[in-house]
Design a protein around this ligand. Structure first.
Ligand code: PLP
Length: 412
């Protein structure tokens, strides 16, 4: 019996009826409670597990069966993995310490020297650096292509291509790519498709059902949902998790702490409610911004004006997610930047920070923060101008958010 088989037997889900909806799985899926019968899942803060005798200990270490040491398995972490896998419709999940360590695990598990990767140019900045710089060092080559031009992805394929990596919608301009089309392209080339599903979460988008092979999460964002802890995960088939990813975590140790796993586990229970409420509020703010004379352009997949609106609605359960960006008007880059700073500095409710997925709405100037290390030419190529403002909408009353934006926009 493997580690995971024995745990599967303990997963309370085994006692649940078949066919439960995702919202129910988000609340109910976990390992079975302890002998105390706690209704809220317990937090197991322990690094080691006492073994009944030396013989059992030897067997458990040899077969990775049951719990031995928390780098290789912890009940709270396993409950989080089981719940997230159920919500993504995945065979299994493996938790990691951050979103970036999930992507590190992906690359360590699937790639070796001489392999080639095709990646959208618009993915999270650290993801670009991890592939291009860190894995470039080890002889893995990455081709960066347009998020939305399928022909560029196809043209980049080589006999050594092992992986296609996409993130949708992108940050901060919310470009949407067609997951099913990329999955077909990957499989035709004998490669796997990974989708970073951080922005939509399984409450809106389930990439595996659209043909993707691996889903990446920065649990730091919506899975936690209240801006408290760092966390990450990969979701995939049971075989990929058991044979490829779990052994790497055991060896390399990008393990999620039990405390952070517990926080994110509880976060999953309210994910669907939060994503719906935050998406609805974001659409209201996007429409309000689109009608504002001081705003040049709004980027939000929920708007009919978004270039991939129809695709986004089909792929994301009819919702746009909770991140939008907009351009403050300005005739020159300097004027646009001054306008953007004026808007940001006039807010009194929104947090000036660089994060998203929190209950507190966050306002960001990408050109001088998340994308500040790009050259002006690179920034122009990606469309991230000096007037661009990103807003990650939280759970305040939507009128208080638009009132706050009006304090700055009204003064321009
Ligand atoms: C934040 C983020 C990451 C990285 O997650 P960390 O937990 O900060 O390491 C990866 N992808 C996306 C889309 C993100 O927003």
């Amino acid at each position: 019996m493997t580690d995971r088989d024995s745990e599967a037997a303990r997963i309370a889900r085994a006692r649940l009826p078949e066919g439960l909806r995702p919202e129910t799985l988000a609340v109910r899926t976990a390992l079975a409670p302890s002998q105390h019968g706690e209704n809220s899942e317990a937090l197991f803060l322990t690094s080691a597990y006492v073994q009944p005798d030396a013989e059992t200990s030897a067997r458990r270490f040899a077969q990775m069966e049951d719990f031995t040491y928390s780098r290789t398995g912890n009940p709270t972490v396993r409950s989080f993995e089981a719940r997230l896998a159920a919500m993504e419709g995945a065979g299994a999940a493996v938790a990691t310490s951050t979103g970036m360590s999930a992507i590190l695990l992906l690359a360590m598990g699937l790639l070796k020297a001489g392999d080639h990767l095709v990646c959208s140019r618009s993915v999270f900045g650290s993801t670009v650096n991890l592939f291009a710089k860190e894995f470039g060092k080890f002889g893995v080559e990455t081709s960066f292509v347009s998020q939305t031009a399928l022909a560029e992805w196809r043209a980049a394929l080589r006999p050594t291509t092992r992986l296609l990596f996409a993130e949708t919608p992108t940050n901060p301009l919310t470009d949407v790519c067609d997951i099913r089309a990329l999955a077909d392209l990957a499989h035709g080339a004998g490669a796997l498709l990974t989708v970073d599903n951080t922005f939509c979460s399984p409450a809106l988008q389930r990439p595996l059902a659209l043909g993707a092979d691996v889903v990446v999460h920065a649990g730091t964002k919506y899975l936690d949902g209240q801006g408290r802890v760092m966390a990450g995960a990969l979701c995939a088939s049971d075989k990929l998790v058991r044979e490829v990813f779990s052994p790497v975590v055991r060896t390399a140790g990008m393990t999620l702490s039990p405390f952070n796993a517990w926080v994110v586990l509880k976060g999953l229970e309210t994910l669907s409610l939060r994503m719906k409420a935050q998406s609805e509020a974001t659409l209201t703010v996007a429409r309000w911004l689109e009608a504002h004379p001081a705003v040049a352009r709004v980027y939000y997949p929920g708007l009919a004006s978004h270039p991939q609106h129809a695709l986004a609605m089909a792929q994301q359960s009819g919702l746009g997610g909770a991140v939008l960006s907009f351009d403050a008007r300005g005739d020159t880059p300097e004027a646009a930047r001054a306008a953007a700073f004026r808007v940001i500095d006039s807010t009194r409710v929104l947090s000036i920070a660089t994060n998203l997925g929190d209950t507190k709405s966050i306002i960001t100037h990408p050109a001088t923060t998340s994308h500040g290390r790009l050259t002006e030419a690179q920034r122009q190529a990606t469309g991230i101008g000096q007037g661009l403002i990103r807003l990650a909408v939280g759970l305040e009353h939507v009128d208080d958010i638009t009132d706050d934006l009006q304090r700055g926009l009204g003064a321009l």
